[in-house]
Design a protein around this ligand. Structure first.
Ligand code: APR
Ligand code: PHB
Length: 391
């Protein structure tokens, strides 16, 4: 098989890239190792920056997002038994975020691609990328037990952290930057209306908790737990009890509503960047190139930034023969990536309790939260990063 752009992976990065290229009249083939059902059921984060929403709309896949997405104009920080609302539009010149699950974004993009009759192969596992440094890179893959080769002009590795594309970059030319955290997030989905109409990020001496949502009738919540925790280590009752303790405030109006838990999961916490994001005609996008801890809600939004940058660069090259944007892909993406890495790291260390935290560390965190909630400059910095940097 032969195509212009071989895309490995049908997560948000690969699917959106395929859509952007399709709209620009550039042929692509998407190879996805899992089946469609698995991809559409996978639970991930659910906060879309304003810029991400704008991109999805402009790409013609924003109809259901506009109907079902929940626009949020604020987040709440909780610490020291206090509540503080960060007013996002007031601090950022009108920017907000939208709650719409990543898995719904994927469903919309898959439906659009299949409606277009454009190639998207499920159950197609990329085995290796070859010839990245040549004019004709190839993806070797296995589909329906047969090995084949996809010959391309460009290959984009959108195959997530565990994918194969990154390995095709010569180690001598690459460098990775990494930090792991000694905790993870235990997440639940529950059939109960969210107890608050905006997201609540809570610092407590028992660790971090996050109250989020998927819809007006579905709560999503997370607890900081020790690294290596198994979701089965906690009963649903224990999870609700712990959320209750960590979200406690001196406000008689506050109450955590409980309901049936329909799913639990554990998310490890990691910061990771692979540089550069391009070698020859192989480009990396999304989790294949970088991971952020979920505290800043940046993973999906970074993936969108990468593929918008690639699509714009290739479209410009196709129309004008100008290669500057393709050549500058890695540098342009990495600038944004490092801002998101910085923010995600800062939010994570501000809100989580490390297992070896000293009383000094606790006081420093509280001083940091006090700063964010009393200095308009500090609060604006948080609001700008949370609502997203321009693409
Ligand atoms: N061949 C084909 N497909 C592969 C291969 C392979 N060898 N390896 C991985 N994949 C697929 C995975 O099954 C998955 O569907 O690549 C896809 C990668 O998708 P994601 O992990 O969702 O990564 P990405 O699209 O970069 O999305 C960005 O935002 O919220 C964050 O981390 C979260 O996934 C999210 C990310
Ligand atoms: C989520 O709803 O899954 C979510 C929200 C905010 C975050 C991370 C995850 O920072």
């Amino acid at each position: 098989m032969r195509t212009t752009v071989g895309i490995i992976g049908a997560g948000p990065a690969g699917l959106l890239l395929a859509r952007l290229l399709q709209n620009a009249g550039i042929a692509a083939v998407v190879l996805e190792s899992r089946d469609r059902e698995y991809v559409e059921r996978r639970q991930r984060a659910g906060i879309l920056e304003q810029g991400t929403v704008d991109v999805l709309r402009a790409a013609g896949v924003g109809a259901r997002l506009d109907r079902e997405g929940l626009t949020h104009d604020g987040i709440e920080l909780r610490f020291d038994r206090r509540r503080h609302r960060v007013d996002l539009p007031a601090l950022t010149g009108g920017r907000s975020v939208t709650v719409y699950a990543q898995t719904e974004v994927c469903k919309d993009l898959i439906a659009a691609r299949l409606t277009d009759g454009a190639p998207l192969l499920f159950g197609a596992e990329a085995l290796a990328v070859e010839g990245a440094g040549t004019e004709r890179p190839r993806v070797r893959y296995r589909h329906q037990r047969r090995e084949s080769v996809l010959e391309c002009d460009y290959v984009v590795g959108c195959d997530g952290f565990w994918g194969v594309a990154r390995a095709a970059m010569p180690p001598a030319l690459t460098r990775t930057y990494e930090r792991t955290y000694p905790f993870a997030w235990l997440g639940i989905l529950a059939d109960v209306a969210p107890s608050h109409d905006e997201l609540v990020y809570a610092h407590s001496d028992r660790g971090f908790a996050l109250l989020s949502m998927r819809s007006p009738s579905v709560t999503r919540a997370y607890l900081q737990v020790p690294e290596g925790t198994d979701a089965g280590d906690w009963t649903h009752g224990q999870i609700w009890d712990e959320l209750d303790r960590r979200l406690e405030v001196d406000d008689p109006a506050w109450r955590l509503a409980r309901g049936p838990v329909t799913a639990t999961s554990v998310t490890p916490m990691r910061s990771y960047v692979h540089e550069p994001m391009r070698h020859g005609r192989l480009f990396l996008a999304g989790d294949a190139a970088h991971i952020v801890p979920p505290t800043g809600a940046k993973g999906l939004n970074l993936a969108v930034g990468d593929v918008v940058t690639f699509a714009r660069a290739l479209t410009t090259y196709t129309r004008t023969g100008e290669t500057a944007l393709l050549d500058g892909y890695s540098a342009a993406c990495l600038r944004r990536v490092w801002q998101a890495e910085r923010f995600s790291y800062a939010m994570t260390t501000l809100l989580h309790r490390a297992p070896d935290a000293t009383p000094f560390d606790d006081r420093i965190q509280l001083a940091g939260l006090d700063r964010v909630t009393t200095s308009r400059a500090a609060e604006t910095d948080l609001a700008e990063a949370y609502t997203g940097f321009p693409f």
